[in-house]
Design a protein around this ligand. Structure first.
Ligand SMILES: C[S@@+](CC[C@H](N)C(=O)[O-])C[C@H]1O[C@@H](n2cnc3c(N)ncnc32)[C@H](O)[C@@H]1O
Length: 229
């Protein structure tokens, strides 16, 4: 994303994101993403947002199968930044899901997905067959007022045995309670024998901070789990 110039100042982008964080209603959240869709790619480039790049690299480092054929489910795909990154590592077979119709329209324009589906995660069941994807990725969306932690079990469910589930989570101060709940769930699922942890990495410069009281960069994590055979 380097080299892309935002049409809007970072201050404007931060103000817009902070205003949306005050609403927890899913309809409001999706309306916010509908209104952001057109400027999203440029704005997150200005915020130096690394989640999609880090997630794609993490999957690529661990995936040893035939990439072109691997079925990848991009959950909360937004405008399709993750598929764009994964394509550079040889992945070609993407299905995207998101709750924002306009974000999906932007993703469609990238011509990378064989299917795109509208779904409000947490309220509606993930629209995918059990044991059907080689890789399931959720990037930039496991956070407070976005995708609830309980959806992680659904990500696991639609992944094939032996397949990978890759998740990212930002460490903004408003999200620390969510990070703790997420990590409890990931560990519990490992203790229950559902999957094994392949990699957890913390990235210091995840993106520029967007909440009022934070400055500079926030950190974030990428988690990679492999479903038991
Ligand atoms: C920060 S964007 C991340 C998009 C993309 N994965 C990326 O990394 O650029 C968050 C996305 O999650 C979607 N989203 C948030 N909560 C959702 C929910 N409960 N159900 C479905 N989509 C949701 C939004 O519509 C938005 O496209």
């Amino acid at each position: 994303m380097e080299g892309v110039t935002s049409a809007r100042s970072i201050k404007t982008v931060k103000k817009m994101i902070s205003s949306a964080r005050s609403s927890a209603a899913v309809e409001d959240k999706m309306a916010f993403y509908d209104s952001w869709a057109e400027n999203y790619d440029q704005d997150v480039a200005a915020l130096d947002y690394h989640a999609a790049t880090v997630a794609a690299k993490t999957v690529s480092c661990h995936y040893s199968g035939e990439r072109g054929a691997a079925a990848v489910l991009d959950v909360a795909c937004g405008t399709g930044l993750l598929a764009k990154q994964m394509k550079q590592f040889g992945f070609r077979n993407f299905v995207g899901i998101d709750g924002s119709k306009v974000m999906l329209e932007q993703a469609q324009k990238k011509e990378l997905y064989r299917d795109l589906k509208l779904c409000f995660l947490g309220e509606q069941r993930l629209p995918a067959e059990t044991d059907s994807f080689d890789v399931v990725v959720i990037c930039g969306s496991l956070s407070v007022d976005h995708v609830p932690v309980r959806v992680v079990k659904e990500l696991w469910s639609v992944c094939k045995p032996g397949g990978y589930v890759c998740m990212t989570c930002r460490h903004g101060e408003d999200n620390l309670g969510y990070v703790a709940a997420l990590e409890r769930e990931l560990m519990q699922m490992e203790e229950d024998g559902l999957w094994g942890c392949e990699n957890v990495s913390v990235v210091d410069q995840w993106s520029k901070a967007v909440t009022g009281s934070e400055d500079g960069y926030i950190s974030g994590s990428v988690y990679l789990y492999r479903k038991r055979q």
